[in-house]
Design a protein around this ligand. Structure first.
Ligand code: C2E
Ligand code: MG
Ligand code: MG
Ligand code: MG
Length: 284
């Protein structure tokens, strides 16, 4: 009957809520244990200079050891539970230590990009924490790039601009991640002190697939007009890469070139690039 159906729907909804709650709770537990038992890892995905085909720098991407849990899922839970602060600190520390190791090994690495999510960005100790980590490891701040999404900036424009200015005073670069998924007002770029935009995979897929290449060309040219560099994310096919080069994207990143790599694989790659080909030659 209709009444029964309604009741069933209610129960199903209830069960879904309960299971979502359990799921969240389970993930939170995994995160706490990963912190305690040091199970977080960073992978590094090369970002390619579109002109030369050489590796320009790496983006650090977090994983949990022996777990297939996606950061897209657990970073959200970390944000909601406050765990993003200790996790984010671990990421900053680990990435800067890795950069120090690359410098010590004489790899001509131009830097690391670190993802920073909302509550982490607005943490009043963030800038000092980064500054301290760089100081301790004696790493040049100019080797570090921070990736934030525009949704983070829209939350509190004034405060965001203040934090960004502090980072810029230290000579840390700022990239706007996932560009094209949120508000994407090009106008924002005129008063946000960003250095770079990262065109989201979804945007690129839409425009490239529809062959509306002029739209891409337009975005890139506005960005360039504002003095910003442009990265295309999620490049999977050669034909895409060629079009993105044609519309003058500065950097390309995606499975076509490399998946995110463990640090020992990065070292192998950099050795090949340095020893065999010279740093400006394409190896990927
Ligand atoms: P993001 O910063 O936009 O990173 C790009 C995502 O696309 C990464 O997923 C990367 O592995 C994936 N990707 C790269 N190339 C390709 C490609 O050619 N095709 C496809 N389909 N995907 C590609 P991942 O590593 O799962 O990370 C997902 C998101 O989680 C990141 O998106 C970022 O928002 C967040 N995240 C990752 N690591 C961290 C971190 O250390 N801290 C914070 N706060 N967030 C992080
Ligand atoms: Mg990113
Ligand atoms: Mg992105
Ligand atoms: Mg993303």
């Amino acid at each position: 009957s209709a009444k029964n159906n309604g009741k069933n729907r209610c129960m199903m909804f209830d069960e879904q809520m309960t299971s979502a709650f359990h799921e969240r709770f389970k993930i939170e537990k995994i995160l706490r244990e990963a912190l305690e038992y040091q199970r977080f890892r960073l992978l590094y995905q090369p970002v390619i200079d579109a002109q030369t085909g050489a590796i320009a720098y790496f983006e650090a991407l977090i994983r949990i050891q022996d777990s297939s849990l996606s950061p897209a899922v657990f970073i959200q839970v970390a944000e909601e539970s406050g765990l993003i602060i200790p996790i984010g600190r671990w990421v900053i520390q680990e990435a800067i230590c890795q950069q120090r190791k690359w410098i010590d090994a004489n790899y001509p690495v131009k830097g690391i990009a670190i993802n920073i999510s909302g509550n982490q960005f607005y943490d009043e100790n963030l800038v000092a924490y980064i500054a301290n980590s760089l100081d301790e490891q004696k790493v040049d701040p100019a080797l570090i790039e921070i990736e934030i999404t525009e949704s983070v900036l829209i939350d509190n424009k004034e405060k965001a601009i203040n934090i960004m200015k502090k980072l810029k005073e230290m000579r840390i670069r700022i990239a706007l991640d996932d560009f094209g998924t949120g508000f994407s007002s090009l106008n924002y770029l005129t008063f946000m002190p960003v250095d770079k935009i990262k065109l989201d995979k979804s945007l690129k897929d839409k425009f490239i697939r529809m062959e509306s290449i002029q739209v891409m060309e337009g975005i890139v040219s506005v960005a360039h007009g504002l003095g910003l560099m442009v990265v295309a994310e999620g490049v999977e096919e050669e034909v895409e890469a060629n079009r993105l080069k044609r519309v003058k994207c500065d950097y390309l990143q995606g499975y076509l070139y490399s998946r995110p790599l463990r640090s020992n694989d990065v070292e192998r790659l950099l050795k090949i690039q340095t020893n065999l080909f010279g740093f400006t030659e394409r190896v990927l």
